[in-house]
Ligand binder design. Sequence first.
Ligand code: HEC
Ligand code: HEC
Ligand code: HEC
Ligand code: HEC
Length: 150
Amino acid sequence: MKRFIFLLMLVLSFAIFTATVSAATTHQYVGPKKCKMCHRLEYKTWLNTPHAKATNVLPKDKKNDPKCLECHATTKDIEEVTCEACHGPGKDYKRGSVMRNRKLAIQKGLNIPNEKTCLKCHNTKKCKHVKSFNYKTMFKKGVHKFRHKM
Ligand code: HEC
Ligand code: HEC
Ligand code: HEC
Ligand code: HEC
């Protein structure tokens, strides 16, 4: 009986622990139209990058395959590799008052992408179409234009 209670406590504390962790790190996705409102240049130039047709390039029978959508979409409900695939789910940081405060925006889920962000998907071991990745040249071809000089 003692042993059973001990095990029960162990399971319970683990459940509470994981619930706390996910509450602190789960933000929701809103889709790229919500960012377009304030970031027109980035949106319009993103449309010309290959990421804006990442789901579209999949063969017909793979367009719903979770194994492919992991990199060829943003979530199972948001097609293409959109803003939030690189910048993080936006529901909690997209308000102007939050966005103007970089530190707060990051706390609320904003990601400032770097090479590591790209390599999550540009992983030659996981898709036979992936070529080797050079951040400088891939950045020029794959990232939108900026309002501010980078
Ligand atoms: C209500 C307007 C508004 C919306 C909606 C909005 N932003 Fe912003 N964003 C801003 C403002 C204001 C800044 C502050 C800097 C600037 O003026 O560009 C900013 C800054 C940023 C930055 C630069 C952060 C840095 O310091 O390097 C990124 C990246 C960004 N937004 C991404 C997004 C994404 C992705 C979305 C959609 C999920 C989004 N924003 C939605 C207004 C907005
Ligand atoms: C780990 C992430 C990842 C997974 C998983 C993945 N892909 Fe890809 N795929 C990519 C990336 C990144 C590219 C672009 C590669 C490049 O140009 O270097 C790509 C390119 C492609 C292309 C070429 C597109 C073009 O414009 O020529 C096809 C087709 C493709 N993938 C099909 C698939 C299919 C089908 C699956 C599922 C069985 C899949 N991929 C799973 C990341 C992935
Ligand atoms: C393939 C990844 C990727 C996607 C997709 C993407 N971005 Fe970016 N974005 C970047 C990178 C990389 C930077 C530069 C980060 C740095 O070095 O500060 C950046 C910078 C920014 C900035 C700050 C610079 C500026 O323009 O003032 C904003 C705002 C921004 N992105 C908005 C967006 C929006 C809106 C979308 C969707 C329409 C989007 N991004 C899609 C990778 C991406
Ligand atoms: C969520 C997954 C994902 C992330 C993150 C991502 N990419 Fe991609 N990228 C893809 C997929 C999928 C394709 C293929 C799309 C197509 O063929 O239209 C692609 C295609 C590209 C291409 C075109 C390659 C070619 O050979 O024409 C470039 C360039 C590129 N990405 C650069 C970047 C850079 C730079 C970053 C990081 C700032 C990045 N990507 C982040 C999934 C991703």
